[in-house]
Ligand binder design. Structure first.
Ligand code: ATP
Ligand code: MG
Length: 389
């Protein structure tokens, strides 16, 4: 029978909380597999077993789905067979044929957790290896750098064969770290920041600042499209679209130009914190990376976060753009992020922004705008768009 063997990562380090983490993760896997057919999902030690229970189950889609679940570090499409050496050899040669045909070299690694099985691991490996060599005469054994490894696992309920596992999402199960509000723009960075923190177990609310007509409906749609991609990983998310035009115009009219961006970002943070509190979130996430732009210098981030009381998480802070792009490709947001729609941050950008701002001067620059009332109105008029898988 074809099935999925998935390895839990850090969940297993959770000591007394392990059961809770594990059951949360299993619940996520079961819920996400439901549209793909009936699957039996259970965990033994640090392995999750996903077994289709009907012919019509979509196993390829299930594999993709399980690979995105936070808490799973690696996974394999495996084949369960009887705990009998002939059945194991047959399963390896027949079921793993596509991978073995494409390889030039291989090795077999066996693990016997059921100690009642009469053969020891090295004996299993050598018998399965001999069977594979006979069935695929073009193959050679290479124990150091094989193209493929055939894994044989003899466990309590069954024996399993599979080839090399692929990496899973890693991290900690959804929701085990609480909730946070992520500032989601249409760029490359913030979706990556969202995914990285969701992967550490945070449930997310997204906050998007929308400056119609300076930014278009299409720019907003792009953010919703990014949220849809993120939801493949996080399960669901609400995007809170903040009407931000009046605030930006007020800043333009009342503040010295070189402080536009800083004042705007402080306003974003205050609004984000209000939305966060209304939605039981206890942290704010941004896609900032040290030194990337004028508003992301050490001092600029200092004056920006000075307006909020909750922790501000910036998972990309020490990453280079190339590394961020790599993650964005991996999670599938890159192609959407690079579509050329404007962001509210590019509206009214100063020619010479302050890169080493002093807090007192920023406060002085900000005061004439009297933003508190406009911010309250913005929070009251947020549009909530719920996105699910
Ligand atoms: P990104 O690629 O995420 O847009 P960026 O490199 O363009 O980031 P900035 O535009 O300075 O950088 O924005 C820094 C962070 O502020 C973003 O990562 C995001 O978290 C937040 N942010 C910027 N613009 C918006 C917006 N319109 N709505 C919500 N959050 C925003
Ligand atoms: Mg941006």
């Amino acid at each position: 029978m074809e099935m999925i063997l998935a390895k839990m990562g850090e969940v297993v380090l959770k000591g007394g909380n392990r059961r809770q983490f594990e059951s949360k993760m299993l619940r996520v896997i079961r819920a996400r597999l439901r549209p793909l057919g009936r699957f039996n999902v259970y965990a033994i030690q640090s392995t999750v077993y996903v077994e289709p229970e009907e012919e019509t189950c979509d196993c390829a889609a299930a594999f993709d789905t399980v690979g995105k679940v936070f808490g799973i570090v690696s996974l394999s499409r495996a084949y369960a067979c009887e705990k009998d050496i002939d059945a194991i050899c047959r399963a390896a040669c027949e079921r793993l044929a596509p991978e073995l045909s494409a390889a030039k070299t291989f090795k077999v690694e066996s693990k016997r957790s059921d100690k009642r099985f009469p053969l020891k691991s090295p004996e299993i490996s050598s018998l399965v290896g001999a069977a594979v060599l006979e069935a695929f005469p073009h193959l050679r054994v290479d124990v150091y750098e094989p193209d493929r490894t055939v894994y044989v696992e003899v466990r309590d309920l069954s024996a399993y064969v599979h080839t090399d596992p692929v990496p899973g999402a890693g991290g900690l199960p959804q929701g085990t770290a609480g909730r946070a509000a992520v500032l989601l723009s249409g760029g490359i960075d913030s979706p990556v920041a969202a995914w990285m923190m969701a992967r550490r177990g945070l449930e997310l609310e997204a906050v998007h600042f929308f400056s119609y007509p300076y930014t278009s409906e299409r720019a907003k749609q792009k953010v919703l499209d990014l949220a849809k991609i993120l939801v493949r990983h996080t399960g669901y998310m609400t995007v809170h679209v903040v009407p931000f035009t009046a605030i930006q115009e007020r800043i333009r009219d009342c503040c010295p130009e070189e402080y536009f961006t800083l004042v705007m970002r402080r306003s974003m943070m205050r609004i984000a914190e209000a939305i966060a509190k209304n939605n039981a979130c206890s942290a704010i996430i941004t896609g900032e990376s040290l030194g990337q732009v004028a508003s992301q210098t050490t001092l600029a981030m200092g004056v920006t976060e000075a307006v909020v009381g909750m922790p501000v998480f910036r998972p990309l802070i020490g990453m280079d753009k190339e590394e961020i792009v790599k993650v964005s490709r991996r999670i599938g947001t890159y192609d959407t992020s690079i579509l050329p729609y404007e962001d509210c941050c590019t509206v009214f950008t100063p020619k010479h922004p302050r890169t080493r701002p002093k807090l007192e001067l920023v406060e002085e620059a900000e005061a004439p705008a009297e933003l508190a009332e406009l911010e309250r109105i913005a929070v009251e008029n947020v549009e909530e768009i719920r996105i699910s898988r």
